[in-house]
Write a protein that binds this ligand. Structure first.
Ligand code: NAD
Ligand code: UFG
Length: 339
Protein backbone atom coordinates (compact mmCIF):
# COMPACT_ATOMS: atom_id res chain seq x y z
CA UNK A 1 0.00 0.00 0.00
CA UNK A 2 1.06 3.56 -0.64
CA UNK A 3 0.50 5.22 2.72
CA UNK A 4 0.57 8.91 3.63
CA UNK A 5 2.06 9.32 7.11
CA UNK A 6 1.16 12.70 8.61
CA UNK A 7 3.60 13.62 11.38
CA UNK A 8 5.91 11.00 9.90
CA UNK A 9 9.04 12.80 11.11
CA UNK A 10 7.88 12.64 14.74
CA UNK A 11 8.71 10.07 17.37
CA UNK A 12 6.07 7.42 16.67
CA UNK A 13 5.65 8.34 12.99
CA UNK A 14 9.34 7.82 12.20
CA UNK A 15 9.34 4.32 13.70
CA UNK A 16 6.18 3.50 11.78
CA UNK A 17 7.74 4.65 8.50
CA UNK A 18 10.56 2.12 9.01
CA UNK A 19 8.10 -0.65 9.83
CA UNK A 20 5.94 0.13 6.79
CA UNK A 21 8.95 -0.25 4.50
CA UNK A 22 9.97 -3.48 6.23
CA UNK A 23 6.47 -4.84 5.61
CA UNK A 24 6.56 -3.97 1.91
CA UNK A 25 4.53 -0.76 1.96
CA UNK A 26 5.43 2.64 0.51
CA UNK A 27 5.26 5.41 3.11
CA UNK A 28 5.13 9.10 2.14
CA UNK A 29 5.86 11.62 4.90
CA UNK A 30 3.93 14.85 5.44
CA UNK A 31 5.28 16.97 8.30
CA UNK A 32 5.55 20.67 9.13
CA UNK A 33 8.53 19.93 11.43
CA UNK A 34 6.89 22.01 14.17
CA UNK A 35 8.01 19.36 16.67
CA UNK A 36 10.67 17.39 14.75
CA UNK A 37 13.78 17.93 12.68
CA UNK A 38 14.27 17.51 8.94
CA UNK A 39 17.43 15.46 9.64
CA UNK A 40 15.13 12.61 10.75
CA UNK A 41 14.44 11.92 7.09
CA UNK A 42 18.09 11.15 6.31
CA UNK A 43 18.11 8.65 9.19
CA UNK A 44 14.97 7.01 7.82
CA UNK A 45 16.59 6.74 4.40
CA UNK A 46 19.71 5.26 5.97
CA UNK A 47 17.66 2.66 7.89
CA UNK A 48 15.37 1.70 5.02
CA UNK A 49 17.88 2.00 2.18
CA UNK A 50 15.46 3.99 0.06
CA UNK A 51 14.37 7.54 -0.66
CA UNK A 52 11.46 8.63 1.52
CA UNK A 53 9.14 10.98 -0.37
CA UNK A 54 8.63 13.91 1.99
CA UNK A 55 6.29 16.91 1.91
CA UNK A 56 6.97 19.77 4.28
CA UNK A 57 3.89 21.85 5.02
CA UNK A 58 1.17 22.28 7.63
CA UNK A 59 -1.73 19.88 7.26
CA UNK A 60 -4.11 22.76 7.92
CA UNK A 61 -3.11 24.24 4.55
CA UNK A 62 -6.26 23.23 2.68
CA UNK A 63 -4.96 23.80 -0.84
CA UNK A 64 -1.70 21.92 -0.33
CA UNK A 65 -3.36 19.03 1.50
CA UNK A 66 -6.07 18.70 -1.17
CA UNK A 67 -3.47 18.78 -3.94
CA UNK A 68 -1.33 16.12 -2.25
CA UNK A 69 -4.29 13.79 -1.65
CA UNK A 70 -5.76 14.39 -5.14
CA UNK A 71 -2.51 13.52 -6.90
CA UNK A 72 -1.00 11.11 -4.37
CA UNK A 73 -2.69 7.80 -5.32
CA UNK A 74 -2.79 6.85 -1.63
CA UNK A 75 -4.36 3.64 -0.42
CA UNK A 76 -4.45 4.84 3.18
CA UNK A 77 -3.37 7.53 5.63
CA UNK A 78 -1.84 7.14 9.09
CA UNK A 79 -2.49 10.37 10.95
CA UNK A 80 0.06 11.20 13.68
CA UNK A 81 0.34 14.97 13.17
CA UNK A 82 -0.71 17.02 16.18
CA UNK A 83 0.42 18.69 19.38
CA UNK A 84 0.72 16.38 22.38
CA UNK A 85 1.94 18.11 25.57
CA UNK A 86 -0.77 17.68 28.20
CA UNK A 87 0.40 20.57 30.44
CA UNK A 88 0.89 23.00 27.57
CA UNK A 89 -2.61 22.24 26.28
CA UNK A 90 -4.09 23.91 29.38
CA UNK A 91 -2.07 27.07 28.71
CA UNK A 92 -2.74 27.37 24.97
CA UNK A 93 -5.95 25.40 24.35
CA UNK A 94 -6.80 27.32 21.18
CA UNK A 95 -3.52 26.17 19.59
CA UNK A 96 -4.38 22.59 20.52
CA UNK A 97 -7.91 22.68 19.14
CA UNK A 98 -6.77 24.56 16.06
CA UNK A 99 -3.90 22.23 15.25
CA UNK A 100 -5.35 18.90 16.32
CA UNK A 101 -8.99 19.26 15.36
CA UNK A 102 -8.25 21.66 12.49
CA UNK A 103 -5.73 19.36 10.83
CA UNK A 104 -8.02 16.34 11.20
CA UNK A 105 -10.91 18.24 9.61
CA UNK A 106 -8.78 19.30 6.63
CA UNK A 107 -7.38 15.79 6.25
CA UNK A 108 -10.79 14.07 6.46
CA UNK A 109 -12.22 16.40 3.82
CA UNK A 110 -9.24 15.90 1.52
CA UNK A 111 -9.44 12.11 1.89
CA UNK A 112 -13.17 12.14 1.29
CA UNK A 113 -12.92 14.14 -1.92
CA UNK A 114 -9.94 12.14 -3.18
CA UNK A 115 -11.61 8.83 -2.27
CA UNK A 116 -8.81 7.56 0.00
CA UNK A 117 -10.59 4.75 1.83
CA UNK A 118 -8.67 4.00 5.06
CA UNK A 119 -7.44 6.12 7.97
CA UNK A 120 -5.48 5.01 11.04
CA UNK A 121 -5.67 7.61 13.80
CA UNK A 122 -3.41 8.24 16.84
CA UNK A 123 -5.66 8.44 19.84
CA UNK A 124 -4.73 8.07 23.48
CA UNK A 125 -5.67 6.26 26.66
CA UNK A 126 -6.42 9.68 28.07
CA UNK A 127 -9.89 9.42 26.44
CA UNK A 128 -10.94 6.97 29.17
CA UNK A 129 -10.90 9.80 31.71
CA UNK A 130 -10.51 9.57 35.46
CA UNK A 131 -13.36 7.25 36.35
CA UNK A 132 -12.90 4.28 34.00
CA UNK A 133 -12.14 0.98 35.77
CA UNK A 134 -8.66 -0.48 35.21
CA UNK A 135 -7.82 -2.21 32.93
CA UNK A 136 -9.34 0.10 30.34
CA UNK A 137 -11.58 -1.58 27.76
CA UNK A 138 -12.60 -0.10 24.41
CA UNK A 139 -16.30 -0.46 25.23
CA UNK A 140 -16.08 1.84 28.26
CA UNK A 141 -18.54 4.73 28.29
CA UNK A 142 -18.75 7.60 28.69
CA UNK A 143 -15.38 8.70 27.36
CA UNK A 144 -13.95 11.82 28.97
CA UNK A 145 -10.63 13.54 29.54
CA UNK A 146 -9.35 15.84 32.26
CA UNK A 147 -7.22 18.04 29.97
CA UNK A 148 -7.64 20.02 26.70
CA UNK A 149 -5.19 17.77 24.80
CA UNK A 150 -7.26 14.73 25.68
CA UNK A 151 -10.45 16.50 24.74
CA UNK A 152 -9.04 17.30 21.29
CA UNK A 153 -8.49 13.53 20.92
CA UNK A 154 -12.10 12.89 21.92
CA UNK A 155 -13.39 15.43 19.40
CA UNK A 156 -11.18 13.96 16.68
CA UNK A 157 -12.41 10.43 17.45
CA UNK A 158 -16.04 11.57 17.19
CA UNK A 159 -15.42 13.58 14.04
CA UNK A 160 -13.72 10.67 12.27
CA UNK A 161 -16.36 8.15 13.40
CA UNK A 162 -19.15 10.38 12.13
CA UNK A 163 -17.42 10.86 8.77
CA UNK A 164 -16.78 7.11 8.46
CA UNK A 165 -20.39 6.27 9.31
CA UNK A 166 -21.54 8.67 6.59
CA UNK A 167 -19.48 6.81 3.96
CA UNK A 168 -16.17 8.67 4.29
CA UNK A 169 -12.81 7.02 5.03
CA UNK A 170 -13.09 4.00 7.34
CA UNK A 171 -11.16 4.59 10.52
CA UNK A 172 -9.08 2.76 13.13
CA UNK A 173 -8.92 4.63 16.43
CA UNK A 174 -5.72 3.47 18.10
CA UNK A 175 -5.64 4.32 21.79
CA UNK A 176 -2.01 4.28 22.82
CA UNK A 177 -0.89 3.82 26.38
CA UNK A 178 2.68 5.01 27.16
CA UNK A 179 5.00 4.63 24.15
CA UNK A 180 8.72 4.55 25.02
CA UNK A 181 11.92 3.03 23.61
CA UNK A 182 13.65 3.52 20.29
CA UNK A 183 14.61 1.63 17.16
CA UNK A 184 17.19 -1.05 18.12
CA UNK A 185 19.72 0.52 15.71
CA UNK A 186 19.91 3.58 17.97
CA UNK A 187 19.56 5.82 14.89
CA UNK A 188 16.04 7.12 15.55
CA UNK A 189 14.32 7.82 18.86
CA UNK A 190 12.45 10.38 20.92
CA UNK A 191 13.96 13.87 20.78
CA UNK A 192 11.73 16.30 22.68
CA UNK A 193 12.29 20.02 22.25
CA UNK A 194 13.15 21.70 25.57
CA UNK A 195 12.55 20.05 28.93
CA UNK A 196 10.94 16.62 28.47
CA UNK A 197 7.41 16.30 29.84
CA UNK A 198 7.43 12.53 29.92
CA UNK A 199 9.20 10.15 32.25
CA UNK A 200 11.35 8.09 29.88
CA UNK A 201 13.03 10.90 27.91
CA UNK A 202 13.68 12.72 31.19
CA UNK A 203 15.35 9.66 32.71
CA UNK A 204 17.41 9.19 29.54
CA UNK A 205 18.61 12.81 29.63
CA UNK A 206 19.61 12.44 33.29
CA UNK A 207 21.52 9.25 32.45
CA UNK A 208 23.43 10.94 29.64
CA UNK A 209 24.28 13.96 31.82
CA UNK A 210 22.06 16.57 30.17
CA UNK A 211 20.00 17.00 33.36
CA UNK A 212 21.06 16.74 36.98
CA UNK A 213 18.25 14.77 38.50
CA UNK A 214 14.74 13.47 38.00
CA UNK A 215 11.83 14.65 40.07
CA UNK A 216 9.48 11.85 41.03
CA UNK A 217 6.05 13.48 41.07
CA UNK A 218 4.56 11.98 44.23
CA UNK A 219 5.22 8.80 46.19
CA UNK A 220 2.01 8.70 48.20
CA UNK A 221 -0.29 7.13 45.61
CA UNK A 222 -2.27 3.99 46.49
CA UNK A 223 0.14 1.73 44.56
CA UNK A 224 2.60 -0.90 45.82
CA UNK A 225 5.57 1.52 46.03
CA UNK A 226 3.55 4.76 46.18
CA UNK A 227 4.50 5.96 42.68
CA UNK A 228 2.09 5.88 39.72
CA UNK A 229 1.87 2.85 37.45
CA UNK A 230 1.63 3.15 33.67
CA UNK A 231 1.38 0.75 30.77
CA UNK A 232 4.65 1.36 28.88
CA UNK A 233 4.97 -0.15 25.41
CA UNK A 234 7.91 -0.25 23.02
CA UNK A 235 7.54 2.16 20.10
CA UNK A 236 8.45 -0.60 17.63
CA UNK A 237 5.57 -2.71 18.99
CA UNK A 238 3.37 0.34 18.56
CA UNK A 239 4.57 0.80 14.97
CA UNK A 240 3.68 -2.83 14.27
CA UNK A 241 0.22 -2.19 15.70
CA UNK A 242 -0.34 0.52 13.09
CA UNK A 243 0.57 -1.78 10.22
CA UNK A 244 -1.70 -4.47 11.68
CA UNK A 245 -4.63 -2.03 11.91
CA UNK A 246 -3.99 -0.75 8.39
CA UNK A 247 -3.96 -4.24 6.94
CA UNK A 248 -7.02 -5.25 8.98
CA UNK A 249 -9.13 -2.34 7.69
CA UNK A 250 -8.01 -2.98 4.13
CA UNK A 251 -8.98 -6.66 4.45
CA UNK A 252 -12.33 -5.92 6.18
CA UNK A 253 -14.33 -3.48 4.04
CA UNK A 254 -17.34 -4.09 6.30
CA UNK A 255 -15.56 -2.51 9.31
CA UNK A 256 -16.41 1.20 9.25
CA UNK A 257 -14.88 2.39 12.51
CA UNK A 258 -13.24 0.52 15.36
CA UNK A 259 -11.18 1.40 18.44
CA UNK A 260 -8.25 -0.70 19.62
CA UNK A 261 -6.15 -0.28 22.75
CA UNK A 262 -2.43 -0.60 22.09
CA UNK A 263 -0.70 -1.34 25.37
CA UNK A 264 1.09 -4.12 27.15
CA UNK A 265 -1.62 -4.92 29.68
CA UNK A 266 0.24 -4.31 32.93
CA UNK A 267 1.53 -1.43 35.02
CA UNK A 268 5.10 -0.40 35.85
CA UNK A 269 5.79 2.19 38.54
CA UNK A 270 8.06 5.21 38.27
CA UNK A 271 10.55 3.68 40.72
CA UNK A 272 10.53 0.38 38.80
CA UNK A 273 11.27 2.27 35.60
CA UNK A 274 14.17 4.12 37.21
CA UNK A 275 15.65 0.83 38.45
CA UNK A 276 15.24 -0.81 35.02
CA UNK A 277 16.96 2.12 33.32
CA UNK A 278 19.84 2.12 35.80
CA UNK A 279 20.37 -1.53 35.11
CA UNK A 280 20.17 -1.15 31.28
CA UNK A 281 22.47 1.87 31.15
CA UNK A 282 24.83 1.09 34.03
CA UNK A 283 24.35 4.71 35.11
CA UNK A 284 22.78 5.99 38.32
CA UNK A 285 19.60 8.08 37.92
CA UNK A 286 19.69 10.62 40.75
CA UNK A 287 16.13 11.43 41.78
CA UNK A 288 14.16 13.20 44.49
CA UNK A 289 10.53 13.06 45.47
CA UNK A 290 8.55 16.17 44.49
CA UNK A 291 4.86 17.08 44.85
CA UNK A 292 2.29 15.29 42.72
CA UNK A 293 1.78 16.62 39.18
CA UNK A 294 -1.71 18.02 38.64
CA UNK A 295 -3.96 15.69 36.69
CA UNK A 296 -1.87 12.51 37.14
CA UNK A 297 -3.81 9.32 37.81
CA UNK A 298 -2.52 6.68 40.25
CA UNK A 299 -2.50 3.71 37.92
CA UNK A 300 -3.92 2.53 34.61
CA UNK A 301 -3.18 -0.03 31.98
CA UNK A 302 -4.82 -1.57 28.95
CA UNK A 303 -6.98 -4.54 28.36
CA UNK A 304 -5.34 -5.19 24.99
CA UNK A 305 -7.23 -8.40 24.23
CA UNK A 306 -9.28 -6.89 21.40
CA UNK A 307 -6.12 -6.01 19.46
CA UNK A 308 -4.75 -9.50 20.05
CA UNK A 309 -7.94 -11.27 18.95
CA UNK A 310 -8.77 -9.08 15.97
CA UNK A 311 -5.45 -7.69 14.75
CA UNK A 312 -3.22 -10.57 15.86
CA UNK A 313 -1.10 -7.95 17.63
CA UNK A 314 0.42 -7.91 21.07
CA UNK A 315 3.18 -5.92 22.72
CA UNK A 316 6.16 -8.28 22.73
CA UNK A 317 9.09 -6.19 23.93
CA UNK A 318 10.02 -6.03 27.62
CA UNK A 319 10.70 -3.08 29.93
CA UNK A 320 14.38 -4.10 29.76
CA UNK A 321 14.36 -3.79 25.96
CA UNK A 322 12.57 -0.44 26.16
CA UNK A 323 15.30 0.87 28.46
CA UNK A 324 18.20 -0.70 26.53
CA UNK A 325 16.98 0.71 23.20
CA UNK A 326 16.30 4.15 24.69
CA UNK A 327 19.80 4.16 26.13
CA UNK A 328 21.39 3.13 22.81
CA UNK A 329 19.59 6.04 21.13
CA UNK A 330 20.32 8.60 23.89
CA UNK A 331 23.97 7.65 24.42
CA UNK A 332 24.64 7.64 20.66
CA UNK A 333 22.82 10.97 20.18
CA UNK A 334 23.25 12.85 23.48
CA UNK A 335 21.82 16.08 22.03
CA UNK A 336 19.22 14.35 19.86
CA UNK A 337 19.09 14.79 16.09
CA UNK A 338 21.57 17.10 14.39
CA UNK A 339 20.35 20.47 13.10
P1 NAD B 1 5.67 14.06 17.83
O1 NAD B 1 5.45 15.46 18.24
O2 NAD B 1 7.03 13.48 17.93
O3 NAD B 1 5.17 13.86 16.32
C1 NAD B 1 4.13 14.62 15.76
C2 NAD B 1 4.62 15.16 14.42
O4 NAD B 1 3.56 15.90 13.81
C3 NAD B 1 5.82 16.10 14.55
O5 NAD B 1 6.83 15.68 13.66
C4 NAD B 1 5.25 17.47 14.17
O6 NAD B 1 6.23 18.27 13.53
C5 NAD B 1 4.11 17.09 13.26
N1 NAD B 1 3.00 18.06 13.20
C6 NAD B 1 2.32 18.61 14.25
N2 NAD B 1 1.34 19.40 13.80
C7 NAD B 1 1.38 19.36 12.43
C8 NAD B 1 0.60 19.94 11.40
N3 NAD B 1 -0.45 20.73 11.69
N4 NAD B 1 0.91 19.67 10.12
C9 NAD B 1 1.95 18.84 9.82
N5 NAD B 1 2.72 18.25 10.76
C10 NAD B 1 2.43 18.51 12.06
O7 NAD B 1 4.61 13.16 18.66
P2 NAD B 1 4.51 11.57 18.80
O8 NAD B 1 4.86 11.20 20.20
O9 NAD B 1 5.16 10.90 17.66
O10 NAD B 1 2.93 11.42 18.71
C11 NAD B 1 2.27 11.16 17.48
C12 NAD B 1 0.77 11.14 17.71
O11 NAD B 1 0.47 10.18 18.71
C13 NAD B 1 0.20 12.47 18.22
O12 NAD B 1 -1.04 12.69 17.61
C14 NAD B 1 0.03 12.23 19.70
O13 NAD B 1 -1.00 13.01 20.24
C15 NAD B 1 -0.33 10.75 19.74
N6 NAD B 1 -0.01 10.12 21.03
C16 NAD B 1 1.26 10.17 21.52
C17 NAD B 1 1.53 9.60 22.76
C18 NAD B 1 2.93 9.67 23.34
O14 NAD B 1 3.08 9.44 24.55
N7 NAD B 1 3.98 9.97 22.56
C19 NAD B 1 0.53 8.96 23.48
C20 NAD B 1 -0.75 8.89 22.95
C21 NAD B 1 -1.00 9.48 21.71
N1 UFG C 1 6.86 11.48 35.97
C1 UFG C 1 7.74 11.85 36.97
N2 UFG C 1 8.72 12.76 36.66
C2 UFG C 1 8.85 13.30 35.42
C3 UFG C 1 7.94 12.92 34.40
C4 UFG C 1 6.95 12.00 34.72
O1 UFG C 1 7.64 11.38 38.10
O2 UFG C 1 9.74 14.14 35.22
C5 UFG C 1 5.81 10.49 36.29
C6 UFG C 1 4.42 11.06 36.12
O3 UFG C 1 4.03 11.74 37.31
C7 UFG C 1 3.62 9.79 35.87
C8 UFG C 1 4.61 8.88 35.13
O4 UFG C 1 5.91 9.42 35.39
O5 UFG C 1 3.31 9.18 37.08
C9 UFG C 1 4.39 8.85 33.63
O6 UFG C 1 4.34 10.19 33.16
P1 UFG C 1 4.41 10.54 31.60
O7 UFG C 1 4.35 12.02 31.50
O8 UFG C 1 5.56 9.85 30.98
O9 UFG C 1 3.10 9.86 31.01
P2 UFG C 1 1.56 10.12 31.31
O10 UFG C 1 0.99 8.80 31.70
O11 UFG C 1 1.35 11.24 32.24
O12 UFG C 1 1.03 10.63 29.88
C10 UFG C 1 1.03 9.78 28.75
C11 UFG C 1 1.15 10.58 27.46
C12 UFG C 1 -0.08 11.41 27.22
C13 UFG C 1 -1.32 10.60 27.36
C14 UFG C 1 -1.32 9.86 28.66
C15 UFG C 1 -2.50 8.95 28.77
O13 UFG C 1 2.27 11.44 27.52
O14 UFG C 1 -0.04 11.88 25.89
O15 UFG C 1 -0.14 9.06 28.76
O16 UFG C 1 -2.44 8.01 27.76
F1 UFG C 1 -2.41 11.42 27.30
Amino acid sequence: MRVLVTGGAGYIGSHTVVRLVEDGHEPVVLDSFVNSRPSVIARLEELTGRTIETHSFDLRDVDKTNALLDDGRFDAVIHFAGLKAVGESSQIPLEYYDNNVGSTLVLARAMDRAGVPVLVFSSSATVYGELAPVPYVETHEPLASNNPYGRTKLVQEMLLSDVATAGGPRVALLRYFNPVGAHPSGRIGEDPHGVPNNLMPFIAQVAVGRREQLQVFGNDYPTPDGTPQRDYLHVVDLAEGHVAALEYLSDHPDVVERAWNLGGGHGTSVLEMIAAFESASGRPIPHEVAPRRTGDLAAFWADASRAETELGWRAERSIEQMCADTWRWQSGNPQGYPG
